[in-house]
Design a protein around this ligand. Sequence first.
Ligand code: C5P
Length: 308
Amino acid sequence: MNTPNTVTVRVPAKVNLQLAVGPARDDGYHDLVNVFHAVSLFDEVTVTAAGPHATPDAPQLSAEAQTGPRAGVPLDGTNLASRAARLAAGACDRPCPGRIHLRKNIPVAGGMAGGSADAAAVLVACNTLWNAGLSEGELGSLAAELGSDVAFPLLGGTAVGTGRGEQLTPLDSPGRYHWVFALSETGLSTGAVFGEYDRLRPDAPAPRRDPELTRALAAADAAALGAALSNDLQRAALSLRPDLEGVLRAGRAAGASGALVSGSGPTCAFLAGDEGTARALAAELERSGACQHTVVAHGHVAGATVVG
Ligand code: C5P
């Protein structure tokens, strides 16, 4: 069978509808109840096979930012996409891909799992490139080795993650929701936000799923969903970035039915009643000067998909 030389995968960002965080574990991670929701803000990742005589140790990385701030994407072997390529090559016993090109729409270090999404896309692209036949379960195991948020973008939709966040169960969520994301010029380190959480909440209880959120999702009730959104990391993100408080306030004042910091931040997410309200809210956030860049998106959407 002919195998392609280049594969492009489209992969969505996520927002957390609930992020409940337990105390630090002995391994430094935290037990989570993490309700992931895939939104229509996509990176496109193109993976090119190594030439017939080349056996690169690592793929050559390039990146272009499509929207929003052009914060630095690491272009060396530390990029999770590069690590994903090397892990896939080892697992499939193939030479490492020659090149990876990232077309970024998902904010970098923005709390929307952009780096994790790119890594998930690389796993899917390699599987297709080599016709390797890795099952969903095998891709999920490789993803979990790479990071806590890498398995979800393989799946997409709406799902609850437990453990470190990588043990996923899809959730019943028939609704379509309209979101505005307020992007920030500078990112926040996930590890630093978890560290601040430990400082602020040394007595954190075990994380528990919120039944109101489950009910709102099953009933496709946008107003109830807006009221149920929660993020235990928000206080820690606001402690490191107090300016985000003003962004959240401006979004609520502009008519958002729910507002929260996305994941470890600094992106702020606003739920709107319909698409028109979302566009008006985005325009008002930019007009007020509360933030410079906004993106309108909807959820949920499918996970990583081969598009070329
Ligand atoms: O798993 P990942 O590499 O994406 O995690 C990045 C950082 O986020 C970890 O180094 C850790 O500081 C923090 N983290 C955590 N507990 C989790 C997931 C992430 O403390 N469940």
